[in-house]
Design a binder for this molecule. Structure first.
Ligand code: AHM
Ligand code: MG
Length: 326
């Protein structure tokens, strides 16, 4: 089976999660204000999921309704999340890929959130899986921090199922929650469906920014290696789905390297660091070519980085063959 609900023994201080428990039960053991912040993200994503399901798309954009006042779906997702974070009262500063500034939300509140409201803008009209990515930092600053300081992170998948893969300080592993969308009384609730605690070596690859192989010889060699070794190609162009599959399958590698003519496009604050946090909590490794992405300092909200996530052996291979400098 591809679902891995086996939970390993955790270090004493770390809390475990029960399959089948609700989000509220899961969050009950955390700092109440952090729980409130995470719950605000889940509430937002429930709304975004509905808007995506019911959007009408043309070649340029997807819109949230058929009336006169249309808002492109990524802008709508952005607004929904900002509104929910504000209503939570526990977020000092927020910043999104759509509004790449540090925006003051509630002065004196304990947490700050960076998010990509709708990742996969170029594939949303094709009805591929798109996602939301978020990271929660303590304090009121995002610039100047590193991913090491994150206290929660999540990636939301708007696929055939709506799921969130969440990691939090004090909780072992990363945790999948499913949005119940049936006709029962549980409709609209989030239920814990899987715990991810390890990523093993295996032949599955998701090679992003493949055009960089043209003038990054290390990347060209790495692709040759994957092909010779008959790795299975699984790449959709939506980072959240492409990365999350590594946790669900329990093996593999995702990368998005840079080259002189095809620079890295993924953003450190909104994509690379929050997903790095989730992946490392789930037992995977991350790297920018020289070390964990969690150690990169956020210099500006616009910073971008190369990235590789996956099993220890594959991330080491990326560091060795692609490395940092291009
Ligand atoms: P976006 O934030 O504008 O949607 O871009 C991020 C996405 C990732 O989901 C994906 O891994 C990458 O862009 C794919 O890039 P490309 O389409 O250039 O291959
Ligand atoms: Mg994005």
């Amino acid at each position: 089976t591809s679902r891995r609900s086996v939970v390993r023994a955790a270090p004493a201080a770390l809390r475990m999660a029960q399959s089948g428990e609700t989000l509220e039960e899961f969050l009950a053991g955390s700092d109440p204000k952090l729980a409130k912040c995470v719950a605000a993200m889940f509430a937002s994503c429930k709304e975004v999921a509905y808007k995506i399901r019911t959007a009408s798309c043309d070649k340029m954009a997807c819109f949230n309704d058929f009336g006169d006042e249309q808002l492109a779906i990524d802008m709508l997702a952005d607004k929904i999340i900002f509104d929910n974070l504000e209503a939570s009262g526990v977020v000092a500063t927020a910043s999104s890929e759509e509004v790449p500034k540090e925006v003051t939300i509630t002065a004196g509140a304990p947490y700050s959130v960076a998010f990509d409201p709708l990742d996969g803008s170029s594939i949303i009209d094709t009805n591929f899986t798109v996602g939301t990515i978020f990271g929660v930092w303590p304090g009121d600053k995002l610039v100047g921090t590193t991913g090491r300081e994150l206290v929660a992170g999540g990636m939301v998948l708007y696929g055939p199922r709506t799921t969130v893969t969440l990691a939090m300080d004090g909780v072992e592993g990363a945790h999948e929650f499913l949005l119940i969308d049936d006709f029962s009384s549980r409709h609209g609730s989030w239920v814990h469906t899987a715990t991810f605690t390890s990523v093993n070596e295996g032949k599955l690859y998701a090679p992003g920014n493949l055009r960089a192989a043209e003038d990054n010889p290390g990347y060209a060699d790495l692709i040759d290696y994957y092909r010779k070794e008959k790795f299975q190609l699984r790449y959709s162009g939506g980072m959240v789905g492409d990365v999350n599959q590594i946790l669900v399958k329990g093996k593999g590698v995702f990368c998005n390297p840079s080259s002189p003519s095809a620079k890295a496009k993924l953003r450190l604050l909104y994509e690379v660091a929050p997903i790095g946090y989730v992946m490392e909590k789930a037992g995977a490794k991350s790297s920018d070519g020289s070390g964990s992405v969690l150690d990169i300092k956020v210099q500006t909200t616009e910073d971008r980085s190369q990235v590789c996530y996956g099993s220890a052996g594959e991330v080491a291979r990326f560091e060795q063959m692609v490395g940092k400098k291009v």
